[in-house]
Design a protein around this ligand. Structure first.
Ligand SMILES: Nc1nc2c(ncn2[C@@H]2O[C@H](COP(=O)(O)OP(=O)(O)OP(=O)(O)O)[C@@H](O)[C@H]2O)c(=O)[nH]1
Ligand SMILES: [Mg+2]
Ligand SMILES: [Zn+2]
Length: 291
């Protein structure tokens, strides 16, 4: 039996890197029965048939698993948000951060298309997220800005590049490595959003790390418990030490450390308001599930 890591999944085939070469494999039917499917990033045991085909026999334990995009064993995520086209949305960014931090994946915020100058408050926004403790990298694939900073974060890590369709994820990777030639697309001007150019997930070896370009999305679903959401943001979690009640959702509970921090200006009011919206969404979902 050989061991390796799935670096690509496409049309029912899995491509496994064993450190020397990449072998094309299929999954055994038994995985489907157990309702678990191999995903990119999985460590697997496989049988090499030596005819260019093999079979995945066992999926190793995952230390985390992202549903969208489907990738396992991820260290960090570049959350790519364009300054324009599509327009930067802190509401969506906060949703994303909630999801990524819930999975214990380190988020790195990338503000792409910085060359599209306009009358926004992008610097203030960036400042606010940096104050909250997030690393923010400004890039322009068009003008080759911020690329060295991106290369530096790839080293020794598995990084997923994610974000809405059309924000420039594939363009960023192409700018980092001119030989990559990933397909990119012209954004639909009428809709102000992209048309899903990237269609599969693949781990690429880049700058001493593994990097996954992923298909963009147009909407993002939250699926955690309300109590998990209350603990997801690293900065909220810090102040929740001062909450009187265990399992405080930082909503209507008295003596809440997070609300206190918002009042004192230590947590941005806007982020807290976004959090409350997502918390309501999750509570409603839970009610539906349990009646
Ligand atoms: N002005 C400007 N345009 C950019 C930049 N980066 C990407 N674009 C444009 O944005 C559009 C979408 O780029 P893609 O790289 O295909 O976006 P994507 O995020 O990979 O999209 P999906 O694969 O659909 O998720 C293309 O028309 C790019 O030329 C940039 O830095 N500046
Ligand atoms: Mg793409
Ligand atoms: Zn609280």
């Amino acid at each position: 039996m050989k061991k390796g890591r799935i670096v690509k999944a496409l049309a029912g085939f899995y491509y496994i890197d064993d450190g020397k070469e990449v072998i094309q494999c299929r999954a055994r039917g038994k995985f489907r029965k157990d309702d678990i499917k191999p995903v990119v990033g999985d460590y697997v045991d496989f049988e090499d048939q030596h005819d260019g085909d093999g079979y995945i026999m066992k999926i190793g334990e995952r230390y985390n698993f992202l549903v969208r995009p489907p990738v396992a064993n991820v260290d960090q995520a570049l959350l790519v948000f364009s300054r324009q086209e599509p327009e930067f949305s802190t509401m969506l960014l906060d949703k994303f951060l909630l999801l990524i931090e819930y999975h214990h994946i380190k988020p790195i915020i990338v503000v792409s298309k910085m060359d599209l100058e306009c009358d926004d408050h992008i610097e203030e926004t960036i400042d606010a997220y940096q104050k909250a403790g997030y690393q923010v990298i400004k890039t322009s694939s068009k003008n080759n800005v911020g690329l060295e900073e991106i290369k530096a974060v790839f080293k020794d890590k598995v990084t997923v590049i994610t974000g809405q369709s059309g924000v420039g994820k594939s363009s960023l990777l192409n700018a980092l490595d001119i030989h990559l030639n990933l397909e990119t697309n012209q954004i639909s001007k009428a809709l102000g959003r992209g048309k899903h150019t990237t269609r599969h997930v693949e781990l690429l070896k880049m700058y001493d790390g593994y990097v996954a370009d992923t298909p963009g999305f147009s909407s993002l679903e939250l699926y955690m418990e309300p109590t998990d959401a209350a603990r997801a943001y690293h900065d909220f979690d810090e102040y929740s030490q001062n909450c009187k009640f265990r399992g405080c959702l930082h909503d209507s509970e008295p003596q809440c450390g997070v609300k206190q921090a918002v009042e004192e200006g230590l947590i941005s009011k806007e982020r807290y308001e976004h959090y409350l919206i997502y918390l309501q969404e999750l509570k409603k979902k839970k009610e539906k599930r349990y009646g």
